[in-house]
Write a protein that binds this ligand. Structure first.
Ligand SMILES: Nc1nc2c(ncn2[C@@H]2O[C@H](COP(=O)(O)OP(=O)(O)OP(=O)(O)O)[C@@H](O)[C@H]2O)c(=O)[nH]1
Ligand SMILES: [Mg+2]
Length: 197
């Protein structure tokens, strides 16, 4: 995909602040610190468009980025971040759930998993929830640069088993640092976005 423009539009706490206009959206979903904001930046070749951080819980609102004036990439707050109060956790969960359940222009969820570790209980819950609500979902195993090539298969199998995907279940290996998997992921995103993209 040729990126001609990528701009931050709005941070939303709830539906009233979502952008109007009806353009299609692709949402990045995953545990805090898994690399959602980094993946967004790598997809559009902009290093600092979405703010990233080594400290989990960086993204706290729903951030909408307008790409090529044609669609939105939506950076969601991460789940599973331990060091916040129960009340705050619940409010983030509600923010994310409301968006995923009610947003009519949402075409595809990209569920990010850390390739190094088996999916957490929260990851499994989120995956089942996406399936339950029949949201088209693509699984991305990120931070691939952190493991050796020789270990790819073992780690992908671990993810496939946990998600019950079957041995050929589609999981995209991704690295926001090297750009690995970027073209492959765009090929899939394009199928959910308006022509010519
Ligand atoms: N080596 C490596 N580091 C990565 C990769 N993706 C993200 N990181 C690092 O992981 C940390 C978290 O990345 P973010 O993109 O901020 O994670 P996030 O999922 O947006 O986190 P929240 O906003 O807290 O939900 C940062 O220190 C990134 O530099 C990757 O593919 N490879
Ligand atoms: Mg983030």
């Amino acid at each position: 995909m040729k990126i001609t423009s990528a701009k931050f539009v709005v941070s939303a706490a709830g539906p009233k602040q979502y952008p109007a206009g009806g353009l299609p959206e692709v949402a990045l979903v995953g545990r805090s610190n898994v690399g959602k904001s980094s993946l967004l930046n790598s997809l559009v070749n902009r290093r600092k468009l979405a703010l990233t951080s080594g400290t989990p819980g960086k993204t706290r609102l729903i951030n909408f980025f307008l790409i090529n004036e044609k669609f939105y990439l939506v950076d969601l707050p991460g789940y599973g971040f331990a060091r916040v109060s129960h009340g705050l956790k619940k409010s983030w969960a509600k923010t994310v759930e409301t968006y995923l359940r009610e947003r009519e222009t949402l075409r595809l969820a990209v569920l990010l998993l850390d390739v190094r570790h088996p999916p957490t209980a929260d990851d499994l819950l989120m995956y089942r929830w996406l399936v339950h609500f029949s949201l088209p979902t693509v699984i991305v195993a990120t931070k691939a640069d952190k493991i050796s090539r020789g270990a790819y298969q073992k780690h992908l199998d671990q993810i496939r088993r946990a998600l019950k995907l079957g041995p050929e279940g589609p999981v995209i290996l991704y690295s926001s640092q090297t750009g690995q998997g970027r073209d492959q992921l765009w090929q899939i995103l394009k199928q959910y976005l308006p022509e010519p993209g």
